[in-house]
Design a protein around this ligand. Structure first.
Ligand SMILES: [Zn+2]
Length: 246
């Protein structure tokens, strides 16, 4: 499935409750949050509410590589050498995505930027196009809660459905409710490595959160509550957001 088709599933419905209206292709909302903060679920909800596409940098990268675009081939060369894909290349993919018709009112970026260097690259590129980060939402969850959530996560090998030992266990151990597939733990969801993963994220990304706080566009949302309560807090955050003077 192409990204464009995936996005069509999330076009806004009637009675959009958000008062925040994105103005043009180069206005973006960022959703920031550590692994385990529940960002994936909330990103889809938020994009649908705002009536903009949900753009995840990891998905974009995969898409470009699969389609064999010039950006995808360039990224592949770095990956083949075992190097990280340069930030500017990822920003190019994001900007390319912002040019698409469904992003006429901007986009929700999920999972990017993760570092100050990425944030700098994104801000610079948007500014050159007359755009900006309209709002950066940080889903804040205490470190010990993040570790607890991640360490208990199991995925279906067949359909990738996600379960949790405590919060969302399957009906029978090790078997997917939906498709009877076998459940497994990703190596990086094992307790031993989860703490380090969270620590690395916070080390790299909290400075990004501070950056957007200094720019006056940060909204903090308490992510340590039910999914419904987080949704309500997100709605509150985007409805409080005021237009930034151009
Ligand atoms: Zn399954």
């Amino acid at each position: 499935m192409t990204l464009t088709l995936a996005v069509l599933n999330f076009l806004p419905g009637e009675g959009n409750p958000a008062t925040m209206a994105l103005q043009h292709h180069d206005e973006v909302v960022l959703l920031l949050g550590a692994p385990g903060a529940g960002k994936g679920t909330q990103a889809r909800f938020l994009a649908e509410t705002l009536g903009v596409p949900h753009v995840a940098s990891g998905d974009l990268l995969r898409e470009h590589r699969q389609r064999g675009t010039s950006l995808g081939r360039a990224a592949q060369e770095y990956m083949d050498r075992g190097d990280l894909v340069p930030d500017v290349l990822v920003v190019d993919m994001i900007v390319d995505r912002l040019n698409e018709r469904d992003a006429a009112r901007g986009a929700l970026l999920d999972g990017f930027p993760r570092t100050v260097a990425q944030a700098q690259a994104l801000d610079d590129r948007l500014r050159r196009r007359g755009g900006h980060v309209r709002c950066a939402i940080y889903v804040d969850v205490p470190t010990d809660v993040l570790v607890e959530r991640l360490a208990g996560r199991w995925l279906c090998k067949t359909c990738q459905a996600s379960y949790h030992e405590i919060f969302n266990p399957p009906a029978s151990d090790g078997v997917c409710d939906r498709c009877d597939g076998e459940l497994y733990q990703r190596p990086d969801d094992k307790r031993a490595v989860v703490s380090n993963r969270v620590a690395v994220y916070l080390r790299d990304t909290l400075p990004v959160v501070e950056r957007y706080a200094r720019q006056g566009v940060l909204q903090r949302v308490d992510g340590n509550q039910s999914i419904e309560a987080v949704k309500a807090a997100l709605l509150q955050a985007i409805s409080e957001d005021e237009p930034v003077p151009a």
